[in-house]
Write a protein that binds this ligand. Structure first.
Ligand SMILES: [Zn+2]
Length: 226
């Protein structure tokens, strides 16, 4: 099972990811949540009701793999149930980031996957991004809806809500959140220009070798043009 060996490192990664999410406008107000899995299976996570841009170490909560509070004076966000289910399903993951980036959230209202090879980066880092069917925020149904994709994909939209990404650590999960937002912004600009020109199928096939070099085996192959 993947996991952080150092509690300080895990907590610092969460605090840094929170600042970056907030400063980049990927969350507003108290939105979003971040977690890191430890080697022993326990999880450090962001609390409810706190801006992710202004968190301090004492605000973070330490939970068992089942979600019982081990340390901390605040309550964990109800959306952490989604994180815990992701960790339970995929032992290779040690970081989860849930955000409400405006472009990704707008795309999530469509309730469909993003499967277009619009750029080198999106084809390599993300591949196809599925959309988890709508469920009430913080509910077991939302956790199940999102976590079903954590074995095969790098990120998922949450219909009418936002997006969630995961990775071998918090930074990889954060970078996937950033890549997804960037991809949908780029796609929106293409639509505004009046033409969406995808990579060719041959270019996408070449990129699979690049993905293998980076050790990226998840995400599937996005659609290209002839
Ligand atoms: Zn949310």
């Amino acid at each position: 099972m993947s996991g952080y060996t150092c509690q300080n490192e895990a907590c610092e990664a969460i605090l840094e990811a929170g600042r970056r999410l907030y400063l980049r406008g990927l969350v507003a107000s108290n939105d979003g949540n971040i977690s890191a899995r430890m080697e022993d299976g326990s999880v450090w996570a962001t609390p409810t009701g706190v801006s992710k841009g202004y968190m301090t170490r004492d605000m973070l909560v330490h939970l068992s793999a089942e979600g019982e509070l081990l340390e901390g004076s605040l309550r964990a966000s109800s959306e952490i149930a989604m994180h815990l289910l992701v960790y339970r399903k995929n032992p290779a993951l040690a970081g989860v980031v849930h955000a409400h980036g405006p472009a990704a959230t707008a795309y999530a209202t469509l309730g469909k996957p993003f499967d277009l090879a619009i750029s080198l980066e999106s084809a390599v880092q993300l591949g196809v991004v599925p959309c988890a069917p709508y469920a009430v925020t913080g509910s077991p149904a939302l956790a199940a809806s999102a976590a079903q994709y954590c074995m095969e994909y790098n990120a998922a939209f949450l219909e009418q809500h936002g997006a969630v990404s995961w990775g071998k650590d918090v930074m990889q999960a954060l970078f996937r959140t950033e890549s997804l937002e960037h991809s949908i912004v780029t796609y929106s600009h293409m639509l505004a220009l009046g033409e969406v020109r995808l990579l060719t199928k041959a270019q996408i096939a070449d990129l699979q070798a690049v993905r293998e070099r980076f050790g990226i085996t998840t995400g599937g192959i996005p659609r290209g043009r002839e």
